[in-house]
Design a protein around this ligand. Structure first.
Ligand SMILES: *Cc1c(COP(=O)(O)O)cnc(C)c1O
Length: 354
């Protein structure tokens, strides 16, 4: 038998190419471990799922309908599909994950509801852009606008303030549009704004939230919260049909309990945001290097000369350049400040020896 054990060198130095590079945080891991005791009913009919849904309702101070899905693409797609008929459309920003990174899943799961990409310079939607798109046509040849989706924080690392969400919700209300929030990094937004989850969701006019657990420190799983409970009608069937009903649901649900119980979800958000801030502060003032977008959550988009980016790559740093052309650096619950400092030092060196 060959030795199939992976060499320990697989534990390479920490990278910040994606917040999905991180492992599972202890609170989520321990909750899985606890839930592993004994046998309980399947398909969500178990105490863990009940308790996790209740914990989310407590956290949001709302009797929301709560569902659990495996990932964000499914959560977003099913949520949007529940807001739309096939002839409807969903207004989103040009950088929206639903538009650029879900392989057409929102259209697929909604049987054809079209995404309408509204003008946006920095990834944020504005009430004006929504209004312009929603009122551009009203004839029968155009897919009828029915929903708006905003990402909080945005794919560009910007945070909608409470007032910005409210202003978008007001336009939605006026134009008969439902408001969906892609909260893949929702915890980072709450940490950045220092606000309660309710303040940027139902209290601000959001109808349905996809709350990301994975990027927050869980191994897998997103929660879908319907604040307008009527919109959740038959959503359980939609989950099952989409292959998103976990048979051993307790393992998808229990980590939420672990995350919420003593505030790990928010701690993780604060830590990740602080690491992004740390990097931004350490490299501020370097010539020809600056953040492309304001650093408000857990992302730093680095605008730098190509020679600097190449030097960083040569040093072994990994990063994506698909948004804005600069290096995207994402920080998660496990980001090691010493490693952040190392990255800052390497950026400084690369900039000086350019
Ligand atoms: C990561 C992410 C998702 C979810 O992606 P999955 O890979 O499907 O889990 C959704 N929206 C945004 C903005 C994301 O960054």
């Amino acid at each position: 038998m060959p030795d199939t054990a992976l060499p320990l060198t697989i534990l390479a130095p920490q990278q910040f190419a994606s917040d999905n590079y991180a492992g599972i945080c202890p609170e989520a891991w321990n909750a899985m471990h606890e839930a592993n005791a004994g046998s309980v009913p399947a398909y969500g009919d178990d105490p863990w799922t009940q308790r996790a849904a209740d914990a989310l309702r407590d956290l949001f101070e709302h009797e929301a309908e709560v569902f659990f899905a495996f990932n964000g693409t499914a959560a977003n797609s099913m949520a949007l599909a529940s807001l739309c008929q096939s002839y409807h459309s969903v207004i989103c920003s040009a950088t929206a994950h639903v538009e650029t990174d879900e392989c057409g899943a929102p259209e697929f799961f909604s049987n054809g509801s079209k995404l309408l990409v509204a003008a946006s310079t920095d990834g944020k939607l504005t009430p004006d852009a929504i209004r312009a798109m929603a009122t551009s046509r009203s004839d029968i040849h155009f897919p009828k606008p029915r929903a708006v989706t905003i990402t909080q924080p945005t794919e560009t690392g910007l945070v909608y303030t409470i007032d910005e969400v409210k202003a978008i919700a007001a336009v939605c209300l006026e134009l008969g549009l439902r408001l969906h929030m892609d909260g893949a990094r929702f915890a980072n937004a709450c940490a950045a704004l220092n606000c309660a989850p309710a303040d940027i969701t139902w209290k601000a006019g959001v109808d349905v939230l996809c709350f990301g657990g994975t990027k927050n420190g869980m191994g897998v799983g997103e929660a879908i919260l319907f604040f307008d409970r009527g919109l959740a009608q038959d959503f359980d069937y939609r989950c099952k049909q989409a292959g998103q009903l976990a048979s051993k649901m307790r393992f998808l649900a229990a980590p939420w309990l672990g995350m919420i119980k003593d505030g790990a979800w928010l701690r993780n958000g604060h830590h990740a945001n602080a690491c992004a801030r740390r990097l931004a502060d350490k490299i501020s003032g370097l010539p020809e290097i600056e953040p492309i977008f304001a650093v408000q959550a857990n992302a730093v988009f680095l605008k730098a000369p190509e020679s600097v980016l190449d030097a960083l790559r040569a040093k072994g740093w990994r990063f994506y350049t698909f948004i804005g052309g600069g290096a995207r650096l994402m920080f998660a619950w496990d980001a090691d400040p010493a490693r952040v400092d190392q990255l800052a030092a390497d950026i400084k060196n690369a900039s000086e020896s350019k």
